[in-house]
Design a protein around this ligand. Structure first.
Ligand SMILES: *Cc1c(COP(=O)(O)O)cnc(C)c1O
Length: 237
């Protein structure tokens, strides 16, 4: 399948899920998750019209961002590629994240948010952030506990150089649809609660290659799709 066909395939899955849920097709954005794949693959999808790409590993992402800046065709890449950081964040790595990304999906504690705000360069617009919610209840998963999410989000929304746009979650690694649905809905409930309390959140990042339809049914506005676009990843996470 060509890159254009792979992209059209995913867009069709998104459109069908939106139709089934009675939602507008443009209510859900596709974030192409390019971790472990080279910049050349990113550029192929970009040439087909995909502009937003998600990366998990900081050094790998920074390498691609540098390569892109040095790329002979960088000027012709319009609209520009928009990089979203979606991986776990160590506090000693916040500075390059604040300097190089317009979006971060994986903020899960105040210390990280505070550092990102402090380190956001003043010549750049506010950093768009999502708070990651640990809906799976697994200790190993990152994300704030659901019970603590509202307070954390309110505090983060007051930080000067961040713009809190919404929430993100990675559900349990299970094929149990009922469980996945309960986890997605838990995140959607917190999202609605925050908007009811006056925050203006517009982004709910949920759903990956295997479960994007279910996530859209549960209110996702951004699906993060890796392997269904790029193919199987050849080195482990
Ligand atoms: C790898 C990854 C994805 C993409 O997963 P696929 O199953 O390959 O679509 C989405 N979100 C996060 C946070 C990831 O780490």
């Amino acid at each position: 399948m060509s890159r254009a066909d792979q992209l059209a395939d995913i867009q069709k899955r998104i459109a069908m899920a939106c139709a089934k849920a009675g939602r507008a097709t443009d209510a859900v954005q596709l974030l192409a998750v390019s971790k472990t794949f080279p910049l050349s693959d990113v550029l192929e999808f970009h040439a087909c019209g995909q502009t937003t790409f998600g990366e998990n590993y900081l050094q790998e992402a920074l390498d691609k961002i540098t390569q892109l800046a040095d790329h002979p065709n960088a000027q012709q890449n319009t609209p520009a590629i928009e990089w979203h950081f979606i991986g776990p964040i160590q506090s000693n790595k916040t500075k390059p994240i604040a300097e190089n990304f317009p979006w971060v999906h994986s903020v899960d504690r105040l210390k990280i948010a505070q550092r990102l705000s402090d380190q956001r360069p003043s010549n750049l617009p506010a950093l768009n952030v999502l708070v990651q919610i640990n809906t799976s209840g697994e200790d190993s998963k990152s994300g704030v506990e659901p019970a603590d999410a509202v307070e954390l989000c309110k505090t983060i929304s007051a930080l000067p150089n961040l713009k809190l746009r919404g929430l993100m979650t990675i559900p349990s690694n299970t094929e149990n649809t009922d469980q996945l649905k309960a986890e997605f809905l838990q995140c959607k409930t917190i999202f609605d609660e925050l908007n009811n309390q006056g925050l203006k959140l517009d982004t709910l990042s949920m759903g990956m290659s295997a479960d994007l339809e279910l996530a859209i049914e549960c209110g996702s506005t951004c699906v993060r799709v890796g392997s269904a676009l790029f193919g199987a990843r050849s080195y482990p996470k």
